[in-house]
Design a protein around this ligand. Structure first.
Ligand SMILES: *Cc1c(COP(=O)(O)O)cnc(C)c1O
Length: 388
């Protein structure tokens, strides 16, 4: 059997080596605590589960869904965008359900890229921003997110020729893995850039609902002109503890959504309607208190982690959003991978080396806040003791 050449372009799964080491440690009796993966540990809120239970007993949800989505779901997304972001969406042309943000981001590459085209991808960033273009036969071009620019790309540094050949730009705020929130004025500069070079902006909005210290994350689409040049992928996975449900939505520019829909009808058969009805419950104001209490939990965990890092001499500004703490590796380690290995060896704690999110992540590491409190506390104590 010979895999396609397409697959040859995909680098080996970054976590594979680490996973093998964790398995070896566990087999040797070490109590390994993983702070690596970003997958909420708390269950989906009861009002969402109950809405699903009710919906699944309705025979009308059992057939193929329409790829356009149930009217109630599209209405609920429209109401949510209005209430939350002050963004007006037309439910008929500007909203399409997706089987998770990952599906949407990948398929957008197939829908818009030809061989030779470029896609501008945030580095460090979600792996599909590079895997998607590669699998579509196109080329990802990395835009480094540097701390001195507030972890946004320097649009002025993008080569003219590259900008002209680029058809997509992937951005994500609040940001995974850096935890950064978007600086004032940046989205407006993105709109201008995208207009000048005719680029479709794909804003990956996976974390707008996970915010702290009074910060409110905007939608990209709230920027004047954004709907002319962009779309936003809004995922319910992280904010509503629904990673297993595969529930997301793509909103914004109607022509771009039509193209995505055209591709998608050839690939999948839509989002289970019972999940769409559960999504209606998640997006209703009734779920706001659930989101608020999750945020309180993550804020507490964030503070625990930041305090422990300070003890080992790593001082960072606590992130105002996401489920991640992003920090520079301590002096004396030659790479993120070397530091992650050291922490695993000496403390039995798994952290993500920043380099797995792209070359600009080298020198950094990511801690996920999705580990139950007492395990997280144990892990940060072990990290603190490493310094002693
Ligand atoms: C988790 C994550 C996703 C995936 O979301 P799904 O809706 O579960 O597919 C997409 N983008 C970013 C930045 C993420 O962190």
């Amino acid at each position: 059997m010979k895999p396609s050449k397409r697959l040859d372009r995909i680098p080996p799964y970054a976590f594979a080596q680490l996973e093998r080491k964790i398995a070896d440690k566990r087999a040797a009796g070490v109590d390994v605590i993983s702070l690596g993966i970003g997958d909420p540990d708390r269950p989906t809120p009861p009002l969402i589960v109950e809405a699903m239970q009710e919906a699944v007993t309705e025979a009308e949800t059992h057939q193929y869904p329409s790829n356009r989505g149930r009217p109630e779901f599209r209405e609920a997304v429209g109401d949510f965008y209005e209430r939350r972001f002050d963004v007006d969406l037309d439910p008929d042309s500007e909203i399409i359900p997706a089987i998770g943000a990952k599906e949407a981001i990948f398929n957008l590459n197939l829908a818009f890229l030809d061989p030779g085209d470029y896609a501008l991808a945030a580095d460090p960033g979600y792996p599909v921003y590079t895997g998607g273009p590669w699998l579509a036969g196109a080329e990802p071009v990395l835009m480094a997110l540097e701390p001195e620019h507030g972890f946004v790309p320097d649009l002025g540094a993008i080569d003219e020729e590259v900008a002209r050949r680029a058809k997509l730009m992937f951005l994500n705020y609040p940001n995974n893995p850096t935890g950064a929130v978007v600086p004032d004025g940046f989205f407006a500069r993105v709109v201008e850039f995208a207009r000048a070079y005719e680029i479709l902006v794909v804003h990956d909005n996976a974390y707008s609902e996970i915010v702290f210290d009074g910060y409110e994350a905007p939608s990209f689409l709230a920027t004047p002109g954004a709907k002319d040049v962009g779309i936003e992928v809004f995922s319910l996975s992280k904010g509503y503890n629904m990673t297993g449900w595969r529930c997301a939505v793509v909103v914004g520019n109607a022509d771009a959504l039509h193209t995505y829909w055209q591709l998608k009808t050839n690939i999948d058969s839509g989002l289970f309607e019972a999940v769409q009805l559960a999504g209606v419950a998640a997006l209703s104001p009734d779920a706001d208190s659930e989101v608020a209490s999750m945020n309180e939990l993550y804020r507490r965990r964030r503070d625990l982690v930041c305090e422990a890092l300070e003890k080992i001499g790593i001082r960072i500004r606590p992130p105002r959003g996401t489920i991640y703490v992003w920090a520079p590796i301590p002096d004396g380690f030659e790479s993120s991978a070397a530091y992650a290995e050291h922490v695993l060896e000496r403390a039995g704690v798994v952290i993500s080396p920043g380099s797995i999110y792209g070359p600009a992540g080298e020198g950094w590491f990511r801690i996920s806040l999705t580990t139950p409190d007492e395990r997280l506390l144990e892990a940060v104590q072990r990290l603190g003791n490493l310094a002693a």
